[in-house]
Design a protein around this ligand. Structure first.
Ligand code: SF4
Ligand code: SF4
Length: 100
């Protein structure tokens, strides 16, 4: 019998995996550190940032945290390095480079 994706770990056997390793539950990015998939990485320059918050809703992985109306540094455990925030920032406060 297949386990839920959240119950799979390094000790799981292939028989416990879903067909095609498909994930059926919602909210799985909370359980998986999708930042490990990244081949490019954004960096944020707080000195250039005007706190317009335009980047936040464009991030498909909700990896730009906002606290008390101000953005903070990236959630690198979940940022997949897509570069959308880099493209969208009107103040060039975000850079985007290859992961070293
Ligand atoms: S879009 Fe650019 S200036 Fe606006 S909050 Fe994001 S990093 Fe800061
Ligand atoms: S690179 Fe993509 S996933 Fe990472 S913070 Fe920017 S928009 Fe979000």
């Amino acid at each position: 019998m297949n386990k839920k994706a959240c119950d799979i770990n390094e000790q799981s056997t292939w028989q416990e995996l879903t067909v095609g390793c498909e994930i059926y539950e919602g909210g799985t990015s909370v359980l998986r550190k999708t930042g490990e998939w990244r081949s490019k990485i954004p960096s944020w320059d707080p000195a250039k940032c005007k706190q317009c918050l335009l980047c936040t809703p464009f991030c498909p992985d909700s990896s730009i945290p906002v606290t008390d109306g101000k953005r903070g540094d990236f959630d690198f455990e979940h940022c997949k390095g897509c570069g959308i925030c880099f493209k969208i920032c009107p103040f060039k406060a975000i850079d985007w480079k290859e992961v070293q």
